[in-house]
Write a protein that binds this ligand. Structure first.
Ligand code: ADP
Ligand code: GLC
Length: 480
């Protein structure tokens, strides 16, 4: 099968979150199953700088004064061909793919990702080198959402798949964007790109793709309800016959405690002393007391409402105050969350370490050195860190939602007896319920046999991309 995979980020070229992990792994796993896969990304400055990319063609995009260049190379460390859409006016900028250095969205995001979507649609119709034409176009998130809409009525188009990684980000723009983007008037209706008077990029995928999926079975159900659907639940229910959930995998080479080059001592995740060595290194990194007897919690993530940083602060405070736990947090995002975390760390320098920023190596050290990992997300389409944690023998403490509900089995007497328990899960997005879960973690910490059983169950799980890739192939096949 010829598959064009379109995304606005892919690890290790450019990453702001889990979308990059998926886009850097799933296409490789699809290719490993014997398919002809190409990945297409925007040619951001961060991607082109210092790497060799070959110009292989130009794309004629309606409404663009200059032809748009097409660069070709490989995803580093893999044989996967990558195309870059080279439009310097839009992509040759330093900083984040979506936000200007001042933290606000780039003013022209509709033009940037409108152009990207048009380039994807052109490639999907064979305008790339050697007349290569995909049979499947797989788009991801709002940045690629207009492509299925642009292709919908083309006679000679590939089948289109749209994956929702996060319904909270929809690519909404004022009505004026419609004209600026030169979009056909007939796309503008409530069954099309219109969303209560605004132009919605994500609706291009949701309304026009041949198949819609999201990154866990639970989130596929949740987004059909008002609580998680953000006004799109009606459309998603209407199209529920083509909507499904496929759990993400993880890159088991990059996230392998036995070979991880970022950590102080690669280890067998069941070897408690070796894991303890990584804990000591992590405490040293953050200047925490190395004789503390309690469990060390870790958290890594975007510091936004979704991830529940406020719940972490509120639930940890009493346990830090009476000295029963330690914790380390790595993340960046909203200033209010960054500041409360830093203030709390200043009060408990021996017990809480906070690092504001993005640090790939430190993320690995936290997964290796922490005893338990906090993910009290208000919603979580899939979530990757809980799967990294399970692989690293670090017990996840999660809110039962989305992919967290699909991967973490709460420790109860029944699940322990069945051997399925692998962590701790709670229901309400409240500091109180998280606090109760933390108490249970602290209590379980004093029962090493149970703790070991939880670790063993997590380590035994299969989160390889091959499993997910096979489900995607089955989905593509059903479309041909
Ligand atoms: P989301 O995509 O919603 O941010 P995921 O759990 O799917 O959440 O993926 C987040 C990814 O980004 C993980 O690989 C995580 O380790 C990484 N990550 C998030 N914040 C940081 C950070 N500050 N430093 C290093 N890695 C981070
Ligand atoms: C999104 C979601 C996250 C998911 C990731 C990759 O950013 O917030 O839950 O794991 O996409 O699919």
């Amino acid at each position: 099968m010829r598959i064009l995979f379109a995304s606005s980020e892919a690890h290790p070229l450019i990453k702001t979150g889990g979308l990059a992990d998926v886009s850097g792994s799933l296409p490789v796993a699809l290719a490993a199953l014997g398919h002809d896969v190409r990945l297409v990304l925007p040619a951001y400055a961060a991607v082109t700088r210092g790497r060799h990319w070959r110009k292989v063609g130009e794309l004629d995009i309606p409404g663009q004064r200059q032809p748009v260049g097409l660069l070709q190379g490989k995803l580093p460390g893999t044989p996967l061909p990558v195309w870059l859409v080279d439009a310097p006016l839009y992509f040759d900028r330093t900083g984040d793919p979506y936000r200007a250095p001042d933290g606000h969205d780039w003013q022209d995001n509709h033009l940037r990702f409108g152009l990207f979507s048009r380039a994807i649609a052109a490639l999907a119709q064979g305008d790339g080198p050697n007349d290569w034409r995909p049979e499947i176009l797989h788009c991801n998130d709002w940045q690629t959402g207009l492509a299925p809409a642009l292709l919908a009525e083309q006679p000679d188009r590939p089948a289109t798949v749209f994956t929702i990684h996060n319904l909270a980000y929809q690519g909404l723009f004022p009505l004026t964007a419609l004209a600026e983007l030169n979009l056909a008037g007939k796309l503008w209706n409530p069954e099309g790109l219109e969303f209560y008077g605004q132009l919605s990029f994500i609706k291009g995928g949701l309304a026009y793709a041949d198949r819609i999926n999201t990154v866990s079975p639970s989130y596929a159900r949740e987004i059909r309800t008002p609580q998680f659907g953000y006004g799109l639940e009606g459309l998603l229910n209407h199209r529920s016959h083509i909507l499904s959930g496929i759990l993400n995998g993880i890159d088991t080479d990059v996230w392998n405690p036995r070979t991880d080059a970022h950590i102080s001592q690669p280890y067998d995740p069941l070897d408690r002393p070796a894991k303890g060595h990584n804990r000591a290194a992590l405490r040293a990194e953050f200047g925490l007391d190395d004789t503390h007897p309690g469990p060390l919690f870790g958290h890594i993530g975007r510091l936004v409402e979704q991830k529940g940083a406020d719940l972490i602060v509120a639930a940890l405070e009493p346990l830090l105050t009476d000295g029963r736990v330690q914790a380390v947090v790595l993340g960046s995002g909203e200033k209010r969350f960054e500041q409360t975390l830093e203030r709390l760390a200043a009060r408990f320098p021996q017990r809480l370490g906070v690092r504001i920023g993005y640090d790939e190596g430190l993320a690995h050290q936290i997964e290796a050195g922490a005893d338990a990992f906090l993910m009290p997300s208000r919603f979580e389409p899939c979530g990757l860190n809980q799967m990294y944690s399970l692989r690293y023998g670090t017990l996840p403490v999660v809110r039962r939602t989305g992919g967290l509900a699909d991967t973490v089995v709460d420790a109860t007497s029944e699940t322990l007896a069945a051997g399925t328990a692998n962590g701790f899960a709670f229901d309400a997005a409240s500091a109180m319920e998280l606090g109760v879960a933390l108490e249970r973690v602290v209590d379980t910490w004093t029962h090493p046999q149970i703790w070991n059983a939880l670790m063993a169950a997590g380590i035994a799980q299969d989160f390889s991309w091959e499993r997910s890739a096979k489900q995607y192939i089955a989905m593509y096949e059903s479309l041909l």
